[in-house]
Write a protein that binds this ligand. Structure first.
Ligand SMILES: [Zn+2]
Length: 278
């Protein structure tokens, strides 16, 4: 790294005349007021990038699993509620059917009673009245029978629905169990590693100036590979692989200001700062 700085020093005067790149964060003025030199900031930012990339890798390992587990949990809970409600409906139907059966028993008892009274009628009016009553009770029995048939049919359909739901519930429950186990396994394997990484990343973040950090986070969010800081690779941006003009490459190697890629907006550092040999 020391050797690179020497080269940088030599070019310094020439470079300082170059217009400051629009999106670059110039912090060189502040170094005397106790702030970290740009080089150190970039190093910290790059270290942060490496850690966040590791965490990204762990997340990729989990993939869609956390969402799948959440979806299955929702579905299982929904099925449970549905089964419960159907069972309440089935109970209501049973009660209603029972009530209709009582109606039939009562009506049949009345019919028997009236028929016995028919043997002892004293006049036609009494006979007519009793006959009408018997007819009426007979209709009541018919009606109750019809209702029982309807409700029984309903109960049968409901029962089938409950069975279907229960089967689905069991399938989903089994899916959920295996997905959860899979996820738990990945989490337990990577948990400590991830926690350590997150802790380190948090510490590093405190050493990075808020403006630079938020710019970095914004770039990272919009970048598909999650890289906010990249180094020069074969004279090109390590993020979008567009060529970087030689003068700009020199600026980057000077490490005196934060320079971003003209094409993708990623912060570019020189390979040596990233600990990579060119
Ligand atoms: Zn780029």
């Amino acid at each position: 790294m020391a050797k690179k700085e020497q080269t940088a020093e030599q070019k310094k005067k020439k470079v300082s005349v170059e217009p400051v790149i629009e999106q670059s964060v110039n912090t060189t003025d502040k170094t005397e007021s106790g702030e970290l030199p740009v080089e150190q900031k970039l190093t910290n930012l790059y270290r942060l990038q490496l850690m966040l990339s590791e965490i990204d890798k762990i997340k990729t390992l989990r993939g869609e699993l956390p969402f799948e587990v959440q979806d299955l949990e929702d579905e299982v809970a929904g099925l449970q509620t549905r089964i419960h409600n159907f069972q309440l409906d089935a109970k209501d139907l049973d009660t209603t059917i029972g009530q209709q059966r009582i109606k039939i028993t009562d009506a049949n008892a009345s019919i028997e009673k009236y028929q016995a009274q028919l043997d002892n009628v004293r006049n036609n009016r009494e006979f007519d009245n009793l006959s009408k009553e018997i007819e009426y009770q007979g209709l009541e029995v018919e009606l109750a029978d019809k209702r029982i048939r309807e409700f029984t049919h309903e109960a049968k359909i409901l029962g089938e629905e409950i069975q279907k739901c229960k089967k689905l519930y069991e399938e989903r429950q089994a899916d959920l169990k295996s997905k959860k186990e899979e996820l738990d396994e990945i989490i337990s394997e990577t948990k400590i590693q991830e926690e350590q990484m997150r802790e380190k990343a948090k510490q590093l973040e405190t050493t990075i100036e808020p403006r630079l950090l938020s710019a970095f986070k914004r770039i990272r969010k919009s970048a598909r590979n999650g890289l906010g800081v990249v180094y020069i690779q074969r004279d090109a941006c390590g993020g979008c692989f567009n060529k970087i003009p030689p003068q700009r490459q020199l600026d980057i190697k000077l490490r005196k200001k934060t320079i971003v890629c003209e094409h993708c907006g990623r912060i570019i550092i020189d390979p040596a700062l990233a600990g990579v040999e060119e």
